[in-house]
Ligand binder design. Structure first.
Ligand SMILES: Cc1cc2nc3c(=O)[nH]c(=O)nc-3n(C[C@H](O)[C@H](O)[C@H](O)COP(=O)(O)OP(=O)(O)OC[C@H]3O[C@@H](n4cnc5c(N)ncnc54)[C@H](O)[C@@H]3O)c2cc1C
Length: 354
C-alpha cells in the first residue's frame, strides 16, 4: 500500500481543478498526491459555460467568449449584453489535456483506478464522487446537446441564445440553448427542469431534430459531437467522515437554481489551496447561505407551478442585465437581489415558503 499526504477521489472537473491549483502554487513539491479515477481514457464529454465573474486558471481552454445573448419567450425575444462579464465556454477536452500534461511532470502525483490501491489512514481526502439520493421528488436539469456543422454560413457567432422557451413544455419546464461557435458550427441543447421519473421527456434526439429543422430552419447539417447529462438540483448526501472534504458536485458546488458549477469549483479549489496548511481546522467552502435559501424557494415554486415558470423567467430577465448575471453567478449585492425579488410574483413565492 502506498502512502500519500492527499488523496483526491475522482479525476473529473473538481478533482483535476484542485490538483492543478495545488500544483501551480507549488503545494506538491514535497507532499504526495494520489488521484483515484476509474476512467482510462479522457475525451471531450462536457462543455462548461458560465459568465466570467472571476478570473480562473483555464483561460487558454476557452473555446469562445460572447458579449451578447438572447432569450426567447412565446411573446417576445429579448436581446441583452454581457460586456462586463463575458459568457465563456470551455471544451472539457482542452481542460483535461492541459491539466494532465502538467500533473504528469510531477513525480509526487500518481493516478490509481481504485481507492483500495492506496493507504487512506493518514491522508487528507478530497472526495468528488457524489452520493445522490434518488428521491422521486428531486428536480434535475437533464439535457442533451449536439454540436452541428452546416455547409453554408448560418449562425450569428456574436450572440448566443441562453434559453428559448418558445417550445413544447409538456407540463414541465423546457428550453433550448444555442452556443454558436462559428458561422457554421453551434452546440444546440434541449434542456428540462423536472423530476426524472417521466421517460417521455427523454426523446432528446427527436426534440433536437425537430427544433433544428422547424425552428432554426436548418435542413442540411452533420453532427460532430453529442453530450448528454443530468445535473442534480438538490444537494448530495454529506459523508460523515471528518477526514473527507467533499468537492465539486459532491461538495455542494452546483447552484441549484441554474446548474452552474464550474466557476464555483474554481473558487472552492482556490480556497482549499489557500487553507491547505490548516485544512482540518477550517470549514469547507460553501455556497453563500443567501443563495441556498433563495434557490430552495425557487425550486419549491418550480415543483408546485411548473406551468408558471416561463412567465417567471421572463419577469426575472426584465431587471438590469448586470444584476441578473451577478445574481445567477452568486455575485449579487443586496440591491441586485432586491431588484429581482421585486419582479417575482409575490403570492406564488410566499406560498412556496409554506
Ligand atoms: C454534460 C454536462 C455539461 C455541463 N455543463 C455545465 C456548464 O455549462 N456550466 C457549469 O457551470 N456546469 C456544467 N455542468 C455541471 C458541472 O460543472 C459538471 O458536472 C462538472 O463536471 C462537475 O465536476 P465534478 O468534479 O463534481 O464531477 P465530474 O466532473 O463528473 O467528476 C467526477 C469524477 O469521478 C469519477 N468517478 C466516478 N466514480 C468513481 C469512483 N467510485 N471512484 C473514483 N472516481 C470515480 C468520474 O469518472 C469523474 O471523472 C455540466 C454537467 C454535465 C454532466
Amino acid at each position: 500500500m502506498k502512502e500519500f499526504d492527499y488523496i483526491i477521489i475522482g479525476g473529473g472537473c473538481a478533482g483535476l481543478s484542485l490538483a492543478y491549483e495545488l500544483e501551480i502554487f507549488d503545494k506538491l513539491k514535497t507532499k504526495k498526491l494520489a488521484i483515484i479515477e476509474p476512467r482510462t481514457n479522457y475525451q471531450r464529454d462536457k462543455t462548461w459555460s458560465f459568465w466570467k465573474v472571476i478570473p480562473h486558471n483555464f483561460e487558454d481552454c476557452v473555446k469562445k467568449n460572447w458579449k451578447n445573448f438572447s432569450l426567447n419567450f412565446p411573446s417576445e425575444v429579448k436581446h441583452l449584453k454581457c460586456e462586463s462579464y463575458p459568457y465563456q465556454t470551455i471544451d472539457s477536452n482542452l481542460f483535461y489535456k492541459k491539466v494532465l500534461s502538467k500533473l504528469v511532470l510531477n513525480k509526487n502525483i500518481k493516478f490509481f483506478n481504485n481507492i483500495n490501491d492506496v493507504e487512506k489512514k493518514d491522508a487528507v481526502i478530497f472526495n468528488s464522487v457524489a452520493s445522490l439520493s434518488n428521491h422521486k421528488d428531486n428536480i434535475w436539469q437533464h439535457f442533451q446537446g449536439v454540436e452541428i456543422e452546416t455547409p453554408k454560413n448560418y449562425f450569428d457567432e456574436k450572440i448566443f441564445n441562453l434559453m428559448d422557451f418558445d417550445c413544447d413544455q409538456r407540463k414541465d419546464v423546457h428550453f433550448f440553448y444555442t452556443l454558436p461557435f462559428s458561422p457554421k458550427t453551434a452546440l444546440i441543447e434541449t434542456t428540462w427542469l423536472s423530476r426524472m421519473n417521466d421517460d417521455s421527456l427523454k426523446d432528446y434526439d427527436n426534440q433536437l431534430k425537430n427544433y433544428i429543422k422547424d425552428k432554426l430552419k436548418i435542413e442540411d447539417y452533420k453532427i460532430n459531437y453529442k453530450e448528454v447529462g443530468a445535473i442534480p438540483l438538490f444537494y448530495p448526501n454529506k459523508q460523515k467522515n471528518s477526514n473527507v472534504i467533499n468537492i465539486g458536485t459532491a461538495g455542494g458546488m452546483t447552484r441549484l437554481s441554474t446548474g452552474y458549477t464550474f466557476l464555483n469549483i474554481q473558487e472552492q479549489s482556490k480556497y482549499l489551496r489557500q487553507n491547505l496548511e490548516n485544512i482540518k481546522g477550517i470549514d469547507n467552502f460553501e455556497m453563500n447561505k443567501k443563495y441556498q435559501f433563495l434557490d430552495k424557494i425557487f425550486l419549491n415554486v418550480l415543483k408546485k407551478n411548473p406551468e408558471k415558470m416561463v412567465n417567471i423567467f421572463q419577469k426575472m430577465f426584465k431587471v438590469n442585465e448586470t444584476s441578473i448575471i451577478k445574481f445567477l453567478s452568486n455575485k449579487s449585492d443586496f440591491k441586485d437581489d432586491l431588484s429581482i425579488i421585486f419582479k417575482m410574483p409575490k403570492w406564488t413565492f410566499i406560498k412556496a415558503l409554506m
